[in-house]
Ligand binder design. Structure first.
Ligand SMILES: Nc1ncnc2c1ncn2[C@@H]1O[C@H](COP(=O)(O)OP(=O)(O)OP(=O)(O)O)[C@@H](O)[C@H]1O
Ligand SMILES: [Mg+2]
Length: 261
């Protein structure tokens, strides 16, 4: 099967009556790795929450489609079943549900009844992937994210990614708080996913991650829009020169989404 295509057109999103996204356009196809960079408070996490259907984020204009299907019409769980995955900037803790239980039910909820993954196969896959991510096997039996260190949470998000095998993934600051070794391991996990059936949107502040995961496209977000796109060389230039040159080029004074009501 060919890869999926996620198309975001002229997306406007409000939170509590305040417009945060002001016309985002983006197209992500299977086989492609996209990176979004941009200063703090420019709408990057808002974009990921809106794609996943967080109820606080109200789409007032524009569209999101996955292989031509209207994502905005789908409930959150339908979006996941359709093949979308979000690794959150701040993963939540769920007490009382073990990591393994959570993973298995996440996989099975995306499958048809009667076609659930067998326990043996699940354990085999999970062991293999935890080893690749250099995770302590005990992490499988701990409650989801409860008491996980920052780096353990991020590694665990990548474990979910590798087990669930979505069509399109959005990884929001998957590199924040990672030590250098963990950054390499997490990157290895993401690179392992590379195939024509998998497209990825990586939100990051640092070129460092992109040394390990080479993006096909790099986008810069300011004022709730994608204001510039390019290849990996754009990330390298941002690393050495910062964002001021883009602001100059585009005549932007305040890059944030603004404080007006
Ligand atoms: N739930 C919310 N309620 C109120 N304001 C919000 C909410 N979510 C986001 N915002 C506001 O929207 C703006 C954009 O936030 P967002 O989290 O999308 O930025 P970001 O680009 O991800 O920033 P960072 O790089 O710091 O993670 C900010 O001004 C933020 O305060
Ligand atoms: Mg953010």
């Amino acid at each position: 099967m060919a890869g999926s295509t996620l198309i975001i057109e002229d997306l406007h999103v409000e939170i509590e009556g305040k417009e945060i996204l002001k016309g985002v356009n983006l197209e992500i196809k299977g086989g492609e790795f996209h990176a979004i960079m941009g200063p703090n408070g420019t709408g990057k996490s808002t974009l990921s929450s809106a794609i996943m259907g967080h109820p606080k984020y109200i789409v007032t204009k524009g569209s999101i489609t996955l292989d031509g299907k209207d994502v905005l019409e789908m409930e959150v769980d339908e979006r996941a079943r359709a093949g979308l995955f979000l690794a959150m900037q701040y993963p939540s803790e769920i007490s009382g549900v073990t990591n393994a239980e959570f993973l298995r039910s996440s996989i099975n909820s995306r499958r048809e009844e009667g076609n659930e993954i067998s326990l043996m196969k699940f354990i085999r896959e999970m062991d293999k992937k935890m080893e690749l991510l250099e995770m302590d096997p005990n992490m499988a039996q701990r409650y989801l994210n409860e008491g996980f260190s920052g780096g353990e949470k991020k590694r665990n998000e990548i474990l979910q990614l590798m087990m669930i095998e979505p069509k399109i993934a959005i990884l929001d600051e998957i590199d924040s708080g990672l030590d250098i070794d963990a950054l390499k391991v997490v990157s290895k996990g993401i690179n392992e996913m590379r195939s024509n059936d998998f497209g990825c949107l990586i939100i990051t502040h640092y070129q460092r991650l992109l040394n390990y995961i080479t993006p096909d496209y790099v986008h810069v977000m300011m004022q709730g829009r994608v204001v510039k796109s390019g290849g990996p060389e754009l990330a390298a230039r941002l690393e050495s020169e910062g964002y001021d040159w883009i602001k100059h080029e585009l005549g932007i004074e305040d890059e944030t989404v603004g404080q007006e009501a």
